[in-house]
Ligand binder design. Structure first.
Ligand code: ZN
Length: 464
């Protein structure tokens, strides 16, 4: 929306022991298993109007050639060696752990016993990158955000880095090691590479020069892979580390992680049925701050929907449209250049823009809703519905319409379905996400003299 040329990427990593075993358990090939599970992700993103430009599946051919290319680059740089390894392995994490990283022999994330594994594997010489990584973090203070997650990554590096195995002989489902086909690539080495595959690594040099380094948004359980292994792999291959890695917490329900066994899994479909796509997106962007774990409750979601969407935004729109119909013959007046809301809007635009830029959506939306609250107070104080038609009524309503116009632009990332409807109802042409930036969010853009339509309530109040 602000005019940056962005390639939005998401996808699925489909290799590894976990997938191979799930396929065996269901009597299908790993590819068939991956083909059937990927659909639920693709459907969920479509349902939620997540508009990624590319969706990469690590079982795709384009990805295999990219993985083999980065492996070869690291190997040629002397960073990959054959070693024998014995360790404790969590199949669900696809990661080795030491005794003291476990709870009574169980993985902390999965609560399941790890397996004792002995393998002759190729190892990536991560230990060589301890100092280069610490230097990189020192020189790039915003490499990992928020800072609590940055500190966690730096703390892990400072404990000393051990080489990690990047191949397996026990499984066949994966990318073969280019110089030794008895080995397949360790799933994490393969999965992390997806980002550069989609950016054109090894297939489109021009695209790669334009798209890399990229920015990542990841969960805290994969911090170590993204914030330690991945930049070291890139350095080894002679490539730049990512520009930024934003790390979010877990979404908890009643203080516990969601899981099938605990029967507290909540599907996007069921929540969308309750609050709609926009209500869903608004809930998770606004209510959970980015970084710490968030706690979800159905009551909290309804309370947030009713307060911010039904009462604040929905009421503002219907109230303005009602009064414009009564006092201005349904034609929206122009805003006042010296409106008290002009300053409120300017500050909110500044705060929201800054918050989106540092991946703090809850703060961005909080700033946006300040405009709505101030506009509602302006209306309550002025009470234009009690006045006779005239310049004063026009001024107040014009201000409110202009505030709605700016809010509609700022809220579009959260409310992609409702914002175009508000835009249309207040008589504007085009779409709120297609406006020139930043001139479109400067005060005074609502032209006036255009029809305003009331319509049905956009966010009907919900009962728990
Ligand atoms: Zn685990």
């Amino acid at each position: 929306m602000i005019g940056d040329d962005v390639l939005f990427l998401t996808g699925t990593d489909e290799h590894g022991l976990k997938v191979q075993r799930a396929a065996e358990a269901h009597g299908v090939t790993p590819q068939e298993w991956a083909d059937s599970t990927v659909v639920s992700y693709q459907d969920a993103w479509k349902l939620l109007e997540i508009t990624n430009d590319d969706f990469i599946r690590t079982s795709e051919e384009r990805h295999h050639s990219s993985v083999q290319r980065i492996l070869q680059a690291c190997y040629d740089n002397g960073d990959i060696e054959l070693q024998t390894y014995e360790g404790l392995y969590c199949v669900s994490c696809e990661a080795y752990y030491t005794e003291d990283e476990l709870d009574d022999g169980n993985c902390r994330d999965h609560g399941k016993p790890v397996e004792h594994v002995t393998e002759e594997n190729y190892f990536f010489k991560l230990s060589r990158y301890e100092q280069p990584l610490l230097d990189w973090y020192e020189q790039h203070p915003d490499f990992v955000t928020p800072s609590t997650k940055r500190n966690e990554a730096v703390g892990f590096i400072k404990q000393g880095l051990r080489d990690f195995s990047i191949s397996r002989t026990s499984i066949s489902w994966g990318v073969p090691i280019p110089w030794d086909s008895a080995h397949v690539t360790y799933v994490w080495f393969d999965a992390l590479t997806n980002y550069i595959t989609a950016a054109g690594y090894g297939s489109d040099d021009e695209k790669f020069a334009k798209r890399w380094p990229g920015r990542h948004i990841v969960g805290k359980d994969i911090l170590r892979f993204h914030c330690v292994y991945w930049p070291a792999m890139l350095m080894s291959a002679g490539l730049a580390p990512p520009e930024n890695i934003s790390v979010h917490g877990f979404l908890m329900v009643g203080g516990e992680k969601m899981s099938k066994t605990r029967l507290n899994q909540i599907t996007p479909e069921s929540l969308v049925a309750d609050v709609g796509v926009d209500g869903f997106r608004y809930q998770f962007l606004r209510d959970q701050s980015f970084g710490p774990d968030g706690d979800f409750s159905h009551e909290g979601m309804l309370a947030r929907y009713n307060a911010d969407l039904a009462n604040n935004l929905g009421n503002l729109l219907s109230r303005v449209a009602t009064v414009v119909a009564k006092k201005c013959d349904g034609i929206g007046p122009a805003p006042r250049p010296d409106s008290p809301l002009a300053e409120v809007a300017a500050r909110a635009v500044e705060d929201a823009t800054e918050a989106w830029a540092r991946t703090a959506p809850s703060e961005a939306l909080e700033a946006t809703w300040r405009i709505i609250r101030e506009t509602n107070s302006l209306l309550e104080n002025a009470e234009p519905w009690k006045m006779d038609p005239g310049p004063e009524v026009d001024g107040v309503l014009g201000d409110a319409l202009e505030a709605l116009r700016i809010v509609t632009i700022l809220a579009t990332p959260a409310l992609p379905q409702s914002c175009p409807v508000i835009w249309e109802r207040i008589g504007l042409e085009g779409a709120p996400d297609q406006q020139p930036w930043p001139s479109s969010v400067e005060w005074g853009g609502y032209p006036g003299g255009i029809p305003v339509v009331k319509g049905d309530p956009l966010f009907p109040r919900l009962k728990g």
